[in-house]
Design a protein around this ligand. Structure first.
Ligand code: SF4
Length: 384
């Protein structure tokens, strides 16, 4: 996307103040928009990644009620932060938030680092989050580039949808537009939020509402006469759904503890503990938890517990939960036998390739903190 051209023309026009005025009038009254404090802005920006506002809002309110400031979050138990994240998915975001809160309190005196290069060193903070927090909370001249902003920019310039992935060029275009907004006396945080809000409410992926758009006079896609309501900006061909069968094994020992495993090479739940499981497709075993085969040959008889449906990315899951028993005998599982003898066999990591598998035993009341997947609810193990 060239720096000269429609974006530059737009930058010279009065449209950017029109956009700012539109934002003041039509923005959604979201709680994190009422403040310039970094904490609610940071939490909301992280939660909104991969999650729609409507789905995120109740969880945001509960999160803020539990940990109203960065110090409270830093001293929270990580497991309870992960538990509060249930339903938002991508649980590494919760762990990163918690670790970043600890760094902010210890290394930055409880304040979000004001330097972009320091900010992106915080766990889970990349270009988008750093630019959003620094521009909205501290009015730094940093453009944000999320999916909504990319779509608006591509349409303004009537560019080919494949340029959606040309992050560097779009970033330069977004920055040029932001600097033009600054010259027109518009604050960077307001300009960034206005563009994001425009993409979320007006410049919609499939049916943009051009009649209500404050940038319509500068929009090349609209002026080109080609159908702006087509799916020209649909960015990726949808992957076909993949039906699979998931067998989840709820195995308890004599102490009523469940066996849970975290396998970074698993098909699902790579970053989280989960009950041992197998994934089948058309009678082919796609994946099973490490050691499960041995475990099943030595466990007691299995009983069907629950059947459920679930979806993870493109996988359409026909789920079965089976319950049985396992024995706390460190020698019986290959994965346990690799654990150094001086350590608790149920705690430490076990090397498997370059990644490590973690195996633990947990009583039922501790399961929700360890196993954040909503499947736990579906199989009736989320309550105490
Ligand atoms: S005029 Fe239509 S296509 Fe162009 S930016 Fe506005 S909503 Fe999007």
């Amino acid at each position: 996307m060239p720096e000269a051209g429609p974006i530059a023309a737009l930058a010279r026009s009065a449209d950017l103040s029109g956009l700012a005025g539109w934002y003041q009038e039509f923005r959604r009254p979201l709680p994190f928009r009422r403040t310039r404090h970094f904490y609610p802005i940071w939490i909301s920006e992280v939660m909104l990644q991969q999650t729609r506002v409507e789905a995120m809002l109740p969880k945001y309110k509960r999160f803020m009620a539990a940990w109203p400031n960065v110090q409270a979050l830093a001293t929270a138990e990580q497991e309870s932060v992960v538990m509060r994240w249930q339903g938002l998915g991508y649980y590494s975001r919760a762990r990163n938030l918690h670790r970043a809160a600890q760094m902010i309190t210890t290394d930055y005196n409880g304040k979000f680092p004001a330097d972009y290069h320091d900010a992106i060193k915080l766990p889970g903070v990349g270009d988008y989050t750093a630019s959003a927090v620094l521009s909205i909370a501290m009015q730094q001249p940093l453009a944000v580039l999320d999916g909504n902003v990319k779509r608006v920019l591509l349409r303004l310039d009537d560019r080919d949808p494949t340029e959606f992935y040309n992050h560097a060029r779009l970033r330069r275009a977004a920055q040029a537009l932001l600097e033009a907004a600054l010259r027109q006396g518009i604050e960077p945080g307001d300009h960034n939020q206005a563009l994001m809000e425009l993409g979320a409410l007006v410049c919609l992926p499939r049916e943009p509402r051009c009649h209500a758009c404050p940038l319509a006079l500068s929009c090349r896609a609209l002026a080109s006469g080609r159908d702006p309501y087509s799916e020209r900006l649909k960015v990726r061909p949808q992957q076909p759904e993949l039906p699979v069968q998931l067998y989840v094994f709820a195995l308890q020992n004599a102490g009523r503890e469940y066996l849970v495993i975290q396998d970074p090479k698993g098909l699902f739940f790579k970053q989280d503990f989960f009950l041992p499981y197998q994934v089948w497709q058309d009678w082919q075993l796609l994946y099973q938890s490490p050691g499960l085969e041995t475990l099943l040959t030595q466990s007691g008889p299995l009983q069907a517990r629950t059947r459920f449906t679930h979806a993870i990315t493109r996988y359409r899951i026909d789920g079965h939960c089976l319950q049985g028993s396992w024995h706390t005998d460190a020698g019986m599982l290959p994965i346990f036998s690799a654990v150094p003898a001086q350590q608790n066999p149920l705690e430490p990591a076990v090397t498997r390739g370059s990644k490590s598998v973690q195996v633990r035993a947990a009583v039922r009341r501790d399961l929700p903190a360890l196993v954040p997947s909503s499947i736990l609810q579906k199989i009736g193990l989320a309550g105490s």
